[in-house]
Design a protein around this ligand. Sequence first.
Ligand code: ZN
Length: 302
Amino acid sequence: MENVVVFKQKVCFGQKYMLEKLFPAILCVVTCLCTGCAVNPLTGSDEFMLLPVEQDVEIGKAYAPQVEKHLGGRIDNDTLQEYIEVVGDKIARICHRADIEYHFTALDHKSVNAFALPGGYIFITRGMLEKLQTEAQLASILAHEVVHVVARDTANVISKEIGMTLLFAAAVIPTSPSAGAVMAAQVTRQILGLRYSRKAEREADFGGLTYMVRAGYDPSGMVELMQTLESIGNDRPPEFFSSHPSPENRITYIQRRIEQRYGDASGLRVGREEYERAVLSHLRALTKTRSRLGAGKARRQK
Ligand SMILES: [Zn+2]
């Protein structure tokens, strides 16, 4: 088990010294904009960060509706949504940043994907849910995404790649919805296109394993997930594979970590029947209804 490291924001010492000595006025502005480093609670290392931790939740909240809209909206099934929430909450409760409220949402989109916005907003698509077979596999994805939230990977990438543009856009949305709409759509596309470093992905895999086991799930679910995703070729989810040119390596290091740390998985939850009942059966019914409606529409158009 990793030690819990208090998550806090601080201005890097060297940077602060320079600014205090040379640019006191600038220091005021920069501190207001919260430029600095933040401690990653999973690794204990300092990371460059433009966004204050409080702003994570604001950004997630502001962009979650945009992301939902962009990717087909929520899947219209309460049982399925509640099940995703319940599995996600088991992970969120035991993670290093359990002080914020997490939101787990299934999106009605055929792409195979799962991703996190800063501040605890986690999404998984219909295309991805259809590829899974067990609750443990679902838990492995949600745990991986929770690590991105805890480590503030999304906020970190935003700091590096979008930076001030997003800060200003995020500030515009709550006060001026009309002016912010176009900007929000642009920034949403930018957020969906963000890619994490290989290092961040590896940490999300290892941290995800820790979290899923703490939450009571069989860690083999993560290996099965990677094998499934590897086998689907071009449909591979960008969030999971873009920064990993060699998925085989990833499966190998996950397997090795399981052997080293979680040798005895007896008694841990797999949840094949539960996943079938709460997710797959509903998705099949949804597909059937849609193809029936589609066939009816085609007949009427003839
Ligand atoms: Zn990831």
